[in-house]
Structure formats: structure tokens, C-alpha cells
Design a protein around this ligand. Structure first.
Ligand SMILES: Nc1nc2c(ncn2[C@@H]2O[C@H](COP(=O)(O)OP(=O)(O)OP(=O)(O)O)[C@@H](O)[C@H]2O)c(=O)[nH]1
Ligand SMILES: [Mg+2]
Length: 435
């Protein structure tokens, strides 16, 4: 793979271990939501190997001012920063402008200031494995970095021991910006090509019954995916452990193949550009007949997580795909019971522990039942030279009976309306070709 021509600083080399949080509490954020978001930022920091040693918060009507926090609060943050000799990063629980971040850095003397978006991007950058995920993340990172180039250069100069005093000159900066733009354009082309590949692959899977596992990060999607398919995907108590979509058959196989996919998790305030860039990966959800919406029921914020996930699914155009809400991790709940107020909200829901094989078997049955609902029985006449059609029928429907004639076979099949429609279409198309 081609190397990035532009020097985007590799934060893994620069990231201080000590972190302080700061957050403006806006009027329309309720107390609980505000605390949950800070708790999440702490977990995001831990995923990057940082430990949070303090926080400064402030109630404000907005954070559109030049320094994010007021002078008194900045002073407080500076005090906390200086309490240790250790290099310290300040993490801001909003996406802020480059100058706001710079002002916080100036006022506190912190070694690094990152906003929520930068933290999430850094995690995505570290966890991306496939060519596609890497390209998607790199593009968003570069776009995020472009207006901040001056600042980050200043920072890495300082970290390298202050070579060059004021940092690179304007022309160097211009040059770097141009290189960034070129690289972004190159990545965009690569992604378009990959999307084409993806389309071909998914066209081949048309007619197959597909279920996608979606949900908040750390809900247990990959754990459930492993148990449903026997695939060896990565499971970890980290945020955004999965960035790549993996597709496998249900295992053991039901009578008719069902494909299952594991997808990237969501989080509140996920940078919109990041969601957009993962759209191709998330097409799995879009093209699925059923979404298993996995929820960590042991998290008090579970209902909010459901809202966030539904919001992102709507953003990518998957709001209409039927969902089965899977309340997971019931083994961690007192009494193993999900509150009735939660379960009553959803027509199609189930409570499980992904670590309990009996529960997984129940989910498997629900998936099969879902696809078997509304199945129609019909007969088709398939000539012996129509081998492709024949293969498609066997892949997408349940063949109940087969009678062999002279030139063709008569198949009695059971399939859903959509599959029958597609089969009829293909039969006509082939007839048309013959004439
Ligand atoms: N106690 C308990 N832990 C679970 C259960 N399901 C998953 N976990 C744990 O929760 C953590 C996250 O699980 P994953 O399967 O990686 O979660 P994910 O939804 O794929 O997360 P991302 O890929 O980061 O979005 C891991 O430590 C799992 O072992 C469960 O039913 N009970
Ligand atoms: Mg996962």
C-alpha cells in the first residue's frame, strides 16, 4: 500500500499517559447525560492507554467563545496540569475549533489538547485493519487535520525538542496543505473503487437472507457474532474493537443459508464525517433483512444507547430495516432481569447473555423464524440448462420436492415474497435472452 506522503503526526508516539478532562455543560444536556458522556470519554482515554486524573466542568450557555472555558475554570485546569511533572493531555468533551484547542493549551501549559473527535479518530486509526477501514479512517483524519496542521506541527516540533523555534514557514505549510489535499483525493478514488468491488460482492449475495449485528460500542456484538457463526472475530473490553465488517453463515447451518455480519459500533457524538466514511462498511446493515440491535442491558444508559444507534441507522438510511432488540449481558444484571419499562417499549425484543449457549440458540431460532414468517409455497419449472437459476433457487429458498421430467425439473419451493419476485424476474430475463 502506498505511504502517506504527508507527515501526519503519529499520536501513539506523543500521547501522554496522564489525562485531564474538561467539559462545558450546556443547558439542554441533562445531568445524567452529561455525566455519562464524561464517563465515556474516560473509557475512550483508557482505550488509548491514558489514565484520567482529574476534571474541570463548567455550566455555560454555549462554548462558542474563544477559549471553550471561562478564565477561572482555565486557571483551575492549569493548576491541575501543573500538579504533576508528568506530560499531560487535556481532553475536551466536545468537538472544538483549532484556535479553541490552542487557547486551552496556552492557558494551561498542557502538552497536548485533544477534542472528542480527535480521541475517537485516534482509536479508529489504531483499530482499523482492512484496506478499506484504513483508507476510510485516514481520509477523515486528514480532513480533520488539514485546518489544524499549523498547530500540530508546532506541537511535534516542541516534542522533538523545539527544533526550528517558530516552526515551519508559511510556504512549507502551504505545501503540506496541498499534499494533504492530494492525498485526500487519492484516498477518495481508492474508496470509490473499493465501493464498486463491494457492490459486486453484495449483488452476488442478493436473494440470500441476511442479518446484521448493530449497536453501541462494547454492547457485545462480536461476542454474539462468534457464538452465532463460530467465527473467530476479535472481542475485547475496549471501545471500537471492531471496525471491519465480517460476514459469515449461521453455524450450525439452518435449512436455508442465513448470512450474518458483525459491524462497527456507534457512540454518541460520533463525528458525522466518520459515519459517512463508514457508509460502505455499514451497507451490510442497509442490505440486511433484519438488524439485530445489540444493547448492553447492564449499562444504565442503555435506552440512550438505543436512541443513538437508531439515530445513526437512520442517518445511513437503514431506519426501515426491521429490528430485533437484543438486551445483552443479563448475567450482569441483579436478578438477571431487564426492567419491564425497557422491554415493553419494543415489539420485537429478547433478553440474553451472549455467553450463555442456550440464549444464543434462542436468538438463532428467532432469526430463522423471522425469515420464515410469511413464506410462500410455489412450484417452478426449471430446465436442465438453467444451472445458474437452479443454484440460485437452492441458495435462496427451501426446496421441498423435486420431480424430474424430460427437459426440466419441477421444484416445489418455499420462499419469501421478495425472493420469489427476484426468481421470477431472473427466469423471465433468461427467457428473454434465449429469444
Ligand atoms: N458479562 C458479559 N459480558 C459480555 C457479554 N457479551 C459481551 N461481553 C463482554 O463485553 C465486552 C465487549 O464485547 P464485544 O463483543 O467486543 O463488543 P462489541 O459490541 O463487538 O464492541 P465494539 O466492537 O467495540 O463495538 C467484552 O469484554 C465481552 O467479553 C455478556 O453477555 N455478558
Ligand atoms: Mg466488536
Amino acid at each position: 500500500m502506498s505511504q502517506t506522503p504527508t507527515e501526519v503526526p503519529d499520536l501513539s508516539q506523543l500521547l501522554p499517559k496522564r489525562a485531564l478532562l474538561c467539559a462545558v455543560h450546556l443547558p439542554d444536556d441533562d445531568e445524567l447525560g452529561f455525566r455519562e458522556s464524561l464517563g465515556e470519554l474516560t473509557r475512550l482515554a483508557a482505550t488509548l492507554g491514558m489514565r484520567v486524573e482529574g476534571e474541570v466542568t463548567q455550566k455555560r450557555s454555549s462554548f462558542e467563545s474563544s477559549a471553550y472555558l471561562g478564565p477561572g475554570k482555565l486557571e483551575e485546569l492549569a493548576e491541575l496540569t501543573k500538579q504533576s511533572e508528568e506530560p499531560t493531555a487535556i481532553l475536551i468533551d466536545h468537538e472544538v475549533s483549532p484556535s479553541q484547542a490552542r487557547n486551552v493549551q496556552k492557558a494551561t501549559g498542557a502538552d497536548l489538547v485533544l477534542d472528542r473527535t480527535a480521541v475517537i479518530l485516534e482509536i479508529f486509526h489504531r483499530h482499523a485493519k482492512s484496506r478499506q477501514a484504513r483508507a476510510q479512517v485516514e481520509m477523515v483524519r486528514l480532513e480533520y487535520m488539514a485546518p489544524r496542521l499549523r498547530e500540530t506541527q508546532g506541537m511535534s516540533d516542541r516534542v522533538r525538542g523545539g527544533i526550528g523555534g517558530k516552526g515551519a514557514g508559511e510556504s512549507q505549510l502551504e505545501l503540506d496543505r496541498r499534499k494533504l489535499r492530494d492525498r485526500i483525493a487519492e484516498l477518495r478514488d481508492e474508496l470509490v473503487a473499493m465501493e464498486r468491488e463491494h457492490k459486486t460482492r453484495s449483488a452476488r449475495r442478493q436473494g440470500l437472507r441476511r442479518v446484521a449485528l448493530c449497536g453501541y460500542t462494547n454492547a457485545g456484538k462480536s461476542t454474539l457474532f462468534r457464538s452465532l457463526t463460530g467465527a473467530d472475530v476479535y472481542v475485547a473490553d475496549k471501545l471500537f474493537a471492531t471496525l471491519d465488517t465480517t460476514v459469515r453463515q449461521l453455524h450450525p447451518e439452518p435449512r436455508r443459508t442465513i448470512l450474518c455480519s458483525d459491524t462497527v459500533g456507534f457512540i454518541r457524538n460520533l463525528p458525522t464525517k466518520l459515519v459517512a466514511s463508514f457508509k460502505t462498511t455499514l451497507d451490510e446493515a442497509l442490505e440486511a433483512g433484519l438488524i439485530l440491535h445489540v444493547v448492553d442491558a447492564s449499562d444504565p444508559a442503555a435506552l440512550r444507547h438505543i436512541d443513538t444507534t437508531c439515530g445513526v441507522l437512520a442517518e445511513i438510511g437503514a431506519a426501515e430495516v426491521p429490528q430485533l432488540i437484543v438486551f445483552n449481558k443479563t448475567d450482569k444484571l441483579p436478578g438477571g432481569q431487564v426492567p419491564d419499562e425497557w422491554t415493553q417499549k419494543f415489539a420485537r425484543q429478547v433478553s440474553i447473555s451472549a455467553k450463555n449457549p442456550e440464549d444464543v440458540a434462542r436468538v438463532r431460532q428467532l432469526i430463522i423464524d423471522f425469515f420464515d414468517e410469511g413464506l410462500i409455497e410455489t412450484e417452478l419449472e426449471v430446465r436442465y440448462d438453467q444451472s445458474q437459476l437452479r443454484a440460485q433457487i437452492f441458495e435462496s429458498s427451501e426446496v421441498l420436492h423435486e420431480e424430474f421430467g424430460e427437459e426440466s425439473a419441477r421444484l416445489r419451493i418455499r420462499a419469501d415474497q421478495a425472493t420469489l419476485g427476484r426468481l421470477a424476474h431472473n427466469m423471465q430475463e433468461r427467457e428473454g435472452l434465449k429469444e
